[in-house]
Design a protein around this ligand. Structure first.
Ligand SMILES: [Zn+2]
Length: 879
């Protein structure tokens, strides 16, 4: 599963009815006396009435004699259920536990039995269970596709009665009855397709291997495809008609990484085919790894030469690498339960960055990953954090597990452990883990066992400390001193926290490296506990801690060492420069150092710096600008930010001049959008000039900055421009283009227009799945406006959300707030409409808002002071 981090808490992976489901046994309520071995399913689609009916034969094993078979089920009403002996079942529903039981007159003996069940249910529109999506074909005619999405928690049980747990693996044998004009695709290849007297077609698929039920998938629609053979597997990208060529790039990515993983895991991909099926439109998550039939939203799969940028190519490649790696980590070997979710997601995130970096070293994916690491640390340094491995006891906790701690901290911790043991030993451990648990389940301790067997140095303490407790270590450089040709560094471990609660003492076994700037002689040491320890670093000069930023901690330097490092900044590798910038900003934000220190060190950057360093600066300036929102002192910051960003834009230009890196074109796009956000008139005027040629000729200006230009026009739009953009969106028959125009309009900085967009999101003009994305886009610019709109029209809005988003959505919007009033409004709303079932979600959002408010009140004066001290900055900056 790949979630959209930008949409923060809007990670709608499950569809639980939380009002009833917050019980300690919500996740593990089954008696444990039965388990499934095979589900034979015949599913018939009634597209005219938007319903489906299922006849299933479930083969299961009775482990202890029982007269009562309990399965998960939600909102399903069974027409008929009987044993293979013909005995009918008495059915009882337990809504609170999301269960259904089938009772018989006599206990069933130990061993195998079969239960036949028939039922029918509606086909919905939100992305869960079996749902339909409407989209315009290239001729503008509305078409429909049908898909299942059974991941992850409490979702499969809405589609069928089942043992809804990752460790209840079984074989799935699927037959579908579908309209004859539509194609059907599932995890396994089609065995046969026959025309029925009814005029419908029956499609039979090969049985799946033994797998977890959340990986079952089918899709029905009019598809085009591009394909390629890799080893024994046929790889395909399936798209809506007329778009298959846009899937070519993703196909190449899937072929690259499949070969890479076949070798890495030393266990070839076991299925005969691997499809990547595209959902025509936007939605709440990026992609899903269903075995043999991955599922992607268009934004995460298609490259449209007229609209896509390098950023899209990097995202498509990396998301493909993520989902394909799940075919092993997740599908072949699955976590035992959701407490070990990171074994799926941390590994897939780490693997995807590695594989993408392997094929595209010029993208510097590990430098890009520093942004994800920052997101993880920001969450991990607050009271509401959790350990990577967390005993999940409620559905809300299981939902919250799909966050940056699990994905990104997980990925960073794996990277740190790999750096400790070496790539070869680490790969050996992974291969053994795959061999020993194939088609089964595993817990984190199983992996550590393999690692201990092959690791040349002990790593268990590090592994446990970073996965079993939350929080971010802080390594303090107490002093540095040159003594006969080497530098003695005194280090002390503490804890980095953004609030009081998260500063409480805690200690880790932290692998620390250090080197003199410009030197490749690296000193290593694992630091335990809080006492001050010396580290001898070869050579004399400014010392950088955490060389290459491969360990997960923050570093604070004493003032003298920091000053030395600032002077030596240009001699550091980009990863170290980036680490220093990130740490300094974050330490400043939390009050460990003066926030002006960040601006000071960032003034070392020039237009010749690595584009990812410039991107770090742009993002920090935009983050500061959001914190300044509504304050009189915002203008000096804006003048400074516009000046620095305009200089950068002048240096990189508005469109490729030939020969730039992909990261440079990402910088171009970010600068254009960012300057428009800051209200830069020159940028908005130039964007409008270019936009006119784009909108009158879709082939004009196919550069990588096309979408950025549209976004800039959206940000600076007046009423006439807003109408123009929304008209283009309405009239476009290209789902990606439609999406891009609506998102651009939602960025409007004019509050009147933002309000107009919010009103639009609850009309039929906007595709259902796009509403939440647009409201969130408005909230990023006008948090209070978006919050007030959604809370005043909650019933209307929530009809367009997935059911679980009733809990997520409002806190996600509120989290953009920067003052205590926003926190209070959220509390009041939560009390009325969310209740105890969403308490952790609400608390996370509240702590984010209060942190924003504190930074605004206590740290921005430091930025004001720095700006006052550097009135001439733009003139003297690159001397
Ligand atoms: Zn994933």
């Amino acid at each position: 599963m790949r979630v959209i981090t930008a949409v923060l808490l809007l990670v709608s992976t499950a569809a639980a009815d939380f009002a009833h489901a917050r019980t300690a046994d919500g996740l593990d309520p089954l008696p444990g006396d039965t388990r499934p071995s095979r589900y034979k399913l015949l599913v018939e689609l009634d597209t005219e009435h938007s319903r489906y009916s299922t006849h299933s034969t479930i083969t299961f094993e009775v482990l202890r004699p029982t007269s009562r078979i309990v399965m998960h089920a939600r909102e399903l009403s069974i027409d008929e259920a009987q044993l293979d002996s013909g005995e009918p079942a008495r059915i009882a529903y337990d809504t609170a536990r999301q269960q259904m039981s089938f009772e018989f007159t006599r206990p069933l003996a130990r061993g195998e039995h079969q239960l036949r069940i028939a039922y029918s249910a509606p086909i919905g529109t939100s992305i869960e269970s079996l749902f339909q999506v409407s989209y315009p074909d290239p001729g503008g005619t509305q078409r429909k596709m049908y898909f299942t999405h059974l991941c992850c928690i409490a979702t499969g049980r809405r589609f069928m009665p089942l043992w809804d747990r990752p460790d209840m693996k079984a074989v799935f044998e699927l037959e579908l009855i579908v309209p004859t004009e539509l194609e059907a695709v599932s995890n396994m290849p089609v065995v046969k397709r026959e025309l029925l007297p009814s005029g419908m077609s029956r499609v039979t698929f090969q049985p799946t291997p033994r797998m977890s039920s959340y990986l079952l998938f089918f899709g029905v629609g009019a598809f085009d495809r591009v394909s390629e053979q890799v080893g024994s597997a046929r790889l395909s990208v399936l798209t809506q008609r007329g778009k298959s060529e846009h899937g070519r790039f993703a196909l190449q990515a899937s072929a690259d990484v499949l070969r890479y993983y076949n070798d890495y895991f030393q266990s070839p991909y076991p299925l005969p085919k691997l499809d990547a099926v595209t959902f025509p439109g936007a939605g709440a998550f990026g992609a899903m790894e269903n075995w043999g039939a991955m599922f992607f939203f268009e934004d995460y799969m298609l490259i449209d030469p007229a609209l896509s940028a390098d950023e899209d190519r990097q995202r498509v490649y990396q998301v493909m690498a993520h989902e394909v790696s799940h075919q092993w980590f997740g599908n072949l070997v699955t976590m035992k339960d959701w407490s070990d979710l990171w074994l799926n997601e941390g590994f897939a995130s780490w693997m995807a960055t590695n594989a993408t970096d392997h094929f595209h070293p010029e993208w510097h994916m590990w430098l890009h990953a520093s942004e994800d690491r920052e997101s993880a640390m920001r969450l991990d340094a607050r009271a509401s954090t959790h350990p990577i491995i967390r005993k999940v006891q409620t559905l809300e906790q299981a939902e919250l597990a799909f966050d940056d701690i699990t994905y990104q901290k997980g990925s960073q911790v794996i990277r740190m452990i790999e750096a400790q043991v070496g790539q070869d030993a680490f790969r050996e451990a992974i291969r053994a883990h795959m061999r020993n648990h194939a088609y089964g389940n595993a817990v984190t301790a199983d992996l550590w066992k393999e690692l201990e067997r092959v690791a040349p140095v002990p790593v268990s303490a590090i592994a446990r400390d970073f996965t079993e407790q939350g929080g971010v270590p802080l390594i303090d450089v107490v002093s540095t001193k040159c003594i006969s040709g080497s530098t003695r560094v005194l280090l002390r471990q503490g804890r980095f926290g953004l609030d009081q609660e998260s500063r409480k003492a805690r200690s880790w076994s932290v692998p620390v490296t250090a080197a003199v700037a410009g030197s490749d002689r690296i000193a290593h040491q694992v630091i335990h506990g809080a006492r001050t320890v010396p580290l001898e670093v070869p050579g004399c000069g400014a010392v950088k801690i955490n060389v290459g930023e491969t360990s997960y901690f923050r570093t604070r330097y004493d003032p003298q060492s920091f000053a030395g490092l600032e002077q030596a900044f240009e001699r550091l590798a980009p990863a170290d420069e980036l680490g220093l910038l990130n740490d300094t900003y974050s330490l400043g934000e939390a009050g460990y150092v003066n926030l002006g220190d960040y601006l000071e060190i960032a003034s070392r950057l020039t237009p010749a710096s690595d584009p990812l360093l410039s991107l770090q600066l742009v993002r920090c300036l935009l983050a500061l600008d959001r914190l300044y929102s509504g304050l009189d002192s915002q203008e000096p910051l804006r003048i400074y930010a516009r000046s620095r960003m305009s200089d950068l834009l002048a240096a990189v230009g508005w469109s490729p001049r030939g020969g730039e890196s992909a990261n440079t074109s990402i910088l171009q796009a970010t600068l254009i959008e960012g300057l428009a956000t800051l209200g830069d008139r020159a940028t908005i005027a130039e964007a409008n000039r270019r936009f006119h040629s784009i909108s009158t000729d879709s082939r004009a200006d196919t550069s990588d900055t096309r979408r950025a230009i549209i976004n800039a026009v959206g940000s600076g739009a007046d009423a006439a421009t807003f109408d123009e953009i929304t008209r283009l969106a309405r009239e476009s028959a290209n789902t990606a283009e439609k999406h891009a125009y609506y998102v651009a309009a939602a960025r409007a900085s004019d509050p009147q227009l933002a309000r107009q967009m919010l009103d639009l999101t609850v009309t039929d003009q906007i595709p259902v799945q796009l509403s939440a994305v647009l409201i969130t886009t408005v909230a990023a610019v006008h948090p209070a406006l978006a919050f007030d709109f959604v809370t005043s029209k909650f019933d209307l809005v929530s009809r367009r959300l997935e059911s679980s988003a009733r809990i997520w959505f409002v806190p996600a919007l509120a989290a953009y707030g920067v003052d205590t009033a926003a926190a209070e409004k959220l509390t009041a709303f939560a009390r009325q409409r969310i209740g105890a079932a969403g308490s952790e979600t609400v608390e996370r959002a509240r702590s984010k808002i209060l942190l924003n408010a504190e930074t605004r009140q206590r740290r921005l004066p430091q930025v004001d002071a720095w700006l006052r001290q550097h009135p001439q900055f733009p003139a003297r900056r690159y001397q």
